[in-house]
Design a protein around this ligand. Structure first.
Ligand code: IPM
Ligand code: MN
Length: 339
């Protein structure tokens, strides 16, 4: 059998990003997957050096890879040299929108000792619309009569493709159930669209149960009764907030992985840990690579390398010890041993 070679664009980024990405790549290669990599120097450090964020040519180059691995993007906390939104909108969201990464898939497994110990669930977050779309503007800026609007964009097309992905995932999950999380009692226009789409798409999946929670109630359930959830589907902003909460109750975002997916595969999908750049521990060998490794597992599943993905996922699940204490190289070594 000829082995496939996958081309991976690597955006290590800032802070501990390059360290955890390198660890994840080491684990991927040790699992027997053939990859060629090309590094892209993007992020806060690059911007501070020469003002470059992202351009069309680079975006087109990225599109051509089989996948993109991203470490972390962002300046150190307290570094005010980069205006807010420059990298978030200019780089991260530009890739999500430009590559049509319309699902942000974030699986969670409650580690021992966490509030959600033993629970498995996933958040399917719409990744190209909602308040993130950038609709709105400001009038009379800086005056006492200033107006700022920030609309939430919800298209039938965008909602439906995200909801469909959630049902497809749920159909293969241990507990086949989709929970829509929204605020339909207040956000009545968007809520109505989401509710109808969930009901319609749900009818195509008779084996998948359907539930609904308001987002405020979901925050309580995630803390007090997380076993209610299997697949949560929600809009971009609710999904952003809920996935940090889900990370916290399942053991900390040191473990949380994410896949920015273009399920139709018309361009590269992007895989990144949920955590940030943690500049305070750069170069100290203290970065926990488990979230980056778990993101690589999602990448391998997307690339059709299910067997290697399952082996790495098992190694992560069987991992023993406190990753934050053991440090990057010891955690990586333990994973390599378990493979
Ligand atoms: C995330 C992050 C991003 C988001 C930021 C950095 C723009 O918080 O991936 O969850 O809000 O989506
Ligand atoms: Mn977030």
């Amino acid at each position: 059998m000829t082995q496939r070679v996958h081309s991976i664009a690597v955006i290590g980024g800032d802070g501990i990003g390059p360290e955890v990405t390198a660890a994840a790549l080491e684990v991927v290669r040790a699992a027997g997957v053939s990859v060629t990599t090309r590094e892209f120097d993007l992020g806060a450090a690059r911007y501070l050096r020469d003002g470059f964020v992202l351009d069309d040519a680079t975006l087109e180059e990225l599109r051509g890879f089989d996948a993109i691995m991203l470490g972390a993007i962002g300046p150190a906390i307290g570094d005010r040299r980069i205006p807010g939104g420059t990298l978030e909108r200019g780089l991260l969201l530009a890739m999500r929108f430009g590559l049509d990464l319309y699902v942000n898939y974030r699986p969670f497994h409650g580690v021992e000792g966490s509030l959600a110990a033993g629970c498995d669930f996933a958040i399917v977050r719409e990744n190209t619309e909602g308040p993130y779309a950038g609709e709105g503007g400001a009038l009379r800026h800086g005056t006492p009569h200033e107006v700022a609007t920030q609309g939430s964009v919800n298209t039938r097309f965008g909602v439906e493709r995200c909801v469909r992905y959630a049902f497809e995932r749920a159909a293969r999950a241990a507990v086949p159930k989709v929970t829509l999380v929204h605020k339909t009692n207040v956000l009545t226009f968007a809520g109505d669209l989401w509710s109808r789409v969930v009901a319609e798409v749900g009818a195509e999946f008779p084996g998948v149960a359907v539930d609904y929670h308001h987002v405020d109630a979901a925050c309580i359930y995630l803390v007090e009764d997380p076993q209610r959830y299997s697949v949560i589907v929600t809009d971009n902003l609710f999904g952003d907030i809920l996935s940090d909460l889900a990370g916290a109750v399942t053991g900390g975002i040191g473990y949380a992985a994410s896949a920015n997916l273009n399920p139709t595969k018309t361009g590269a999908s992007l895989f990144e840990p949920v955590h940030g750049a943690a500049h305070d521990i750069v170069g100290t060998n203290r970065a926990n690579p488990l979230a980056a490794v778990s993101s690589a597992v999602l990448m391998l599943e997307h690339l059709g390398e299910e067997e290697a993905a399952a082996r790495i996922a098992r190694a992560v699940r069987d991992f023993e010890g406190d990753a934050a204490i053991l440090g990057t190289s010891a955690v990586t070594a333990q994973l390599l041993e378990r493979l």
